[in-house]
Design a protein around this ligand. Structure first.
Ligand code: FES
Length: 87
């Protein structure tokens, strides 16, 4: 697993290997928008403040993935121990 810190909300959550970031946030009452839950539609696209996402979506381009400044919360994960999101 890894940690997600929400910069605006000032809250941090552990994301276990068997749950998505989106599932963890919704379970904890954080109001994010979800639609396809398959990394296709971009509804859950969120700004990344710090950390390196492990991009698993098909919505962003390779160039956008390489910038590591936004990510989908439904399928993408974290390459290190911690992500800081603009939520
Ligand atoms: Fe569609 Fe995440 S909900 S890309």
């Amino acid at each position: 697993g890894f940690e997600v810190y929400l910069a605006k909300a000032g809250q941090s959550f552990d994301v276990p290997a068997d749950m998505s970031i989106a599932e963890v946030l919704l379970e904890n009452g954080i109001g994010i928008e979800l639609s396809c839950e398959q990394g296709i539609c971009g509804t859950c696209l969120t700004r990344v403040v710090d950390g390196i996402p492990d991009h698993q979506d098909m919505f962003l381009s390779e160039e956008e993935h390489a910038q590591n400044d936004q990510m989908t919360l439904c399928v993408s994960r974290c390459k290190g121990n911690r992500l800081v999101l603009d939520i």
